[in-house]
Design a protein. Sequence first.
Length: 668
Amino acid sequence: MKPIQFIALLMLVTSVLTSACNKDFLDREPLSNITPEDFLWSQADLESYSLNMYNNNTLPSHYGPGTRGFGMMGVDEHTDNMASQEYSMKYVPGEYRVPQKGGSWDFTNIYKYNYFLKTVLPRLEAGKLKGNTSAINHCIGEIYFFRAWDYFLKVQALGDFPIITDVMSDNMEVLTAASKRAPHSEVVRFILADLDKAIQLLQDNAPDGRKNRLSRSCAYLAKSRVALYEATFLKYFKNTAFVPNGPGWPGAEKAYNANYRYQAGNIDDEINWLLTQAMTSAATVADNFPLVNNTGKLQQSLQDPPNDYYDMFSAYDMSKFSEVLLWRQFDAYGTSIRNNVSQYASAGNFRIGLTRGYVDNFLMENGLPIYDNDSRYKGDDYIADVRKQRDNRLWLFLKEPGQVNVLKESNLVQLGITETYPILTSSSEALAYFTGYTIRKGLNNDALHAFDVGSVVFRATEAYLNYMEACYEKTNTIDGKADLYWKAIRARAKVNTDYNRTIAATKMTEEAKNDWAAYSGGQLISPTLYNIRRERRCEFIGEGFRPMDLKRWRAMDQLITSKYQVEGFKLWGPMQEWYKDASGKLTITYGTPNATVSGPNISKYLRPYQKTGKEFVYNGYGWTMAHYLEPIAYQHFLITAAGGDVSASPIYQNPGWPIGANLPPVGF
């Protein structure tokens, strides 16, 4: 094929794929009718297609135009870890409602993956594809991985979901029948099968040589994540309407799901099978990827030695770090695709701050919680005190006034050369701080790379943590591998590796003040399991795991009866002096409809949602069970309902949600 012909063909295919993004599944013309017949016959064609899928914005850190460009580092903002000015209505039962259209019930990417597989696999079997066999297989493995990943996102958002592997004909009857929801345990089995195919086809090392493409290890890691997610979701939602065959499960109301049985026989055997899958897959990765070294030091001058653990999250080139399995490269000055993480982290983090509960959750370096009498905790009168002798992950990534943020200056960046005290009242989103506690993870000290630092997608530490948790959930013990993994993680964090000392000192009633994950189903969990969860929380600071983990652990039930107040740093102590002018007058205001901060009469700690009384969450975060899953938009019932009778739709609504636009959960 001549280059000009190939470029024209690729432009046509890209145009078709892009336009398809804006069409609903039931209103899309079949891609097979409009894609050129002479495409997807060669290695180059397959690579063009699979590489384009990396930009579909489903992988963590892959975000598209119109977002704040914050990637993973902003995903945790609506949890007990991080808070922002834009609080989520999910914590205001009655205000989060069924949408008219849209939502996660979407098949755009699934359609693309199915088209590729339905087109390419017969050609592969017939020996008609041109190119290197290993490279062709790798492209196919990537598509299997992406389909599995997209389905995993559907499971997290919606639970039960249709399993579709064909390219549907433009026939309403066929498309409506395809809308039948499979129990999420079956969807997860389908996901794991796709990941097994990806494992067989992907190369051990990414073919680009820079880890910007998937490898076999990525598929193993994803498999451990998916299996652990489903196993713990089934365990903690057992005997509720959120699991197949649970009391009130809406799937049972449809004839096609009425006689469902778990493939393992019952829910307990399914959980054990999934936990075994999680352990085996996680160990395959953890045993082959050592952790990156942490010097324990924060570079403050060009003469200081670099710290690979810190740099792993803020490097321009992340391919050199053994722990990184997949990362996204940015080229702000070549392609104008920017990663704003470093710029935001040089100042107030775009008004996204760490919560007091999160900061207090980190251990001391001696392995004791801060409330222990022997902990040597220095208190929180100053941010500098909070960091002293703490878990090195907090020490590294919690910013402190006076620190040097940028070692190599540039006229491209004028913000945050040296860390100031938290600016609580700035009108600039780039400069303003929200909780007083601010993250520096992702901050590159070379200002030239303010907009093109890489973004980690998968790293091997997750495999260590996945194995630990799956092992304990399955056996109620810490086996030899889990012991080695846990000690390795703590050693890198410069925390006493004797985790049993931590477990013995843990008081669950104290931990419950800081950490929603001290609970599952409204009940406090064991100190051992809790400390496994704590390790995960502290290791993944700002990496976007928290919403997923809180959901699968069923860790918000307690908010139904006891609202949670988000707090930041200790504003009404010695640090209030930072906010006085030369005459000693406060430059911040409280107790008025236009207050800029919460008042000392409410709490000595900054409460960012208790300033004016106008906040929907002024009285704290609340919850209702329905919010664990998203509602399905009303439009989808109407499209699939014969004669407009939504009860005739094969789709059923998620537990606690009504069928109808702009309606709150049942009971609100």
